[in-house]
Design a protein around this ligand. Structure first.
Ligand code: FES
Length: 308
């Protein structure tokens, strides 16, 4: 079995085990969240050994050149010696506001210590001082503080910390941004269809305002689905949002969100769709919109991936 070394820790990587899991099993202080190669929080540097190309998929060229790999998708055949990545992969930030948007959702605003470029709708990984990492979509616009909508999960380590222990002024780190679910100018007359459930609303709130800000002239439809009325946590704000047709929908009153969407837009060809939130709902809706004629190139989907 190949050996993985990280600082003073050395362990054997079992067959079918990722490098990340081998390190965690051995007590190495490596951050992680998705364990799926998307959030970037488990990135480490290869000091000695050879990692497969898959372990660098999606990384910036400059990071690849520095030997950075994602430990959660790294299954190197030979021995590896690893080290933490340089500090410049993450941006220092501090919490500037914490508010409850509902009984289930907290809004966290972060000010980054240095410039942080992002597009509305992308996501970042929030890293706590002790290294715990979780990914959240950005609800704010470029130039504003980072705004994250954090759903309070039973036993959610990050969300419970945000609810009970985090304080304004607290230092955190931010990794990213990632994701390609964002508005791009061009075809300003094209109708936009934004559909999200739960805190999948966060990126759509940013995308809708970004489209308005960039002079989109076509109709912008924003549909937010929730199980209960309390889940429509930005209802008042969205009703007052200029330039956007907001449609709240409740599972028990209106039916599944995909049925609501297809009832409103039975012929979606020619629209541009942004779908965010529950992975099963996103997948179902993506498939149905495609079958109803919407070009796959016009469907941008960002399913919420819970931490592993
Ligand atoms: Fe490895 Fe997310 S990329 S934990």
């Amino acid at each position: 079995m190949p050996t993985v070394r990280y600082g003073a820790i050395a362990c054997e990587r079992h067959e079918n085990e990722s490098t990340l899991d081998a390190l965690l099993r051995s007590g190495a202080p490596v951050s992680y969240s998705c364990k799926a190669g998307t959030c970037g929080s488990c990135m480490v540097r290869v000091v000695d050994g050879s990692a497969p190309a898959r372990a660098q998929a999606g990384l910036k060229d400059s990071w690849k050149a520095r030997g950075y790999v994602l430990a959660c998708v790294c299954h190197a055949e030979g021995d590896l010696t690893l080290a933490p990545v340089d500090a410049d992969t993450q941006v220092a930030a501090r919490i500037v506001a914490l508010d409850a948007l509902s009984a289930e959702v907290m809004r966290v605003r972060l000010a980054c210590d240095s410039g942080f470029d992002f597009s509305a709708g992308q996501y970042v990984t929030l890293i706590r001082p002790d290294g715990l990492a979780r990914s959240y979509s950005i609800a704010s616009l470029p130039g504003e503080d980072l705004e994250l909508h954090i759903r309070l999960l039973p036993n959610g380590r990050m969300s419970e910390w945000v609810r009970t222990a985090a304080r304004v002024g607290e230092a955190v780190r931010v990794l990213g941004p990632n994701g390609d679910c964002f508005y791009t100018p061009g075809r300003p007359e094209q109708p936009l269809l934004l559909v999200g459930t739960g805190t999948g609303l966060a990126p759509l709130y940013g995308i809708a305002r970004d489209a308005v800000r960039q002079g989109h002239t076509g109709p912008i439809h924003l549909i937010h689905g929730a199980v209960r009325a309390e889940g429509l946590y930005l209802d008042e704000t969205l009703r007052a949002l200029g330039g956007v047709h907001y449609k709240p929908t409740l599972l028990h009153a209106d039916g599944p969100v995909d049925q609501v969407v297809l009832g409103l837009f039975p012929k979606p060809a020619g629209m541009r769709a942004f779908l965010c939130g529950d992975p099963a709902i996103v997948q179902t809706l993506k498939k149905k919109l495609f079958l109803q004629g919407l070009d796959l190139r016009d469907i941008h989907a960002d399913a919420f991936l819970p931490a592993a």
